[in-house]
Design a protein around this ligand. Structure first.
Ligand code: ZN
Length: 151
């Protein structure tokens, strides 16, 4: 098994939020997903994640981290209140919330917040808004980072 980790850094514009990302493949092996909801389109956000990777989100001023909810209002868009950048999205699943979902913290990053964003493949459009809440969670659980830490 290839255990090489590909390490990337990113964060918001003012560096209040920093992302430390470990992927199992090089960045250009992933297709960023551009969500077509109004919120993500407004921000030009597109997302990338690796269920076998690792993500550490470090926030200097915790009060300046906005956790914005929209749509189904179950996931948190992680937005810097100082510079307005969307660094990623996280979802905290509670045990028993849905029968098939284990408790856990899942997250994905906005590739536009990565320092190496120029290396990313062109994004593909996705429509999670067409999925039911339960199907969305199933998808996040399979596709998002599950090794996630907030520091
Ligand atoms: Zn910022």
């Amino acid at each position: 098994m290839d255990t090489t980790a590909y390490v990337y850094a990113g964060g918001c514009h003012c560096s209040n939020i920093k992302l430390a990302v470990e992927l199992t493949k090089a960045l250009n092996a992933y297709k960023p997903r551009a969500c077509d909801c109004d919120f993500c389109k407004t921000h030009g956000a597109s997302y990338l994640s690796d269920p076998q990777g690792k993500l550490v989100i470090t926030t200097k001023d915790k009060d300046a981290l906005s956790r914005y909810r929209q749509g189904d209002a179950i996931a948190d868009f992680l937005i810097c209140k100082i510079c307005g950048v969307v660094a990623g999205v996280s979802f905290q699943s509670e045990a028993g919330l849905y029968a098939t979902i284990e408790a856990g913290l899942y997250a994905t990053i906005n590739v536009k917040a990565l320092s190496d964003r120029a290396d990313c493949l062109p994004e593909t459009s996705v429509s999670p808004k067409l999925l039911s809440t339960e199907d969305k969670i199933e998808r996040w659980k399979k596709a998002w980072f599950s090794d996630v830490k907030f520091e």
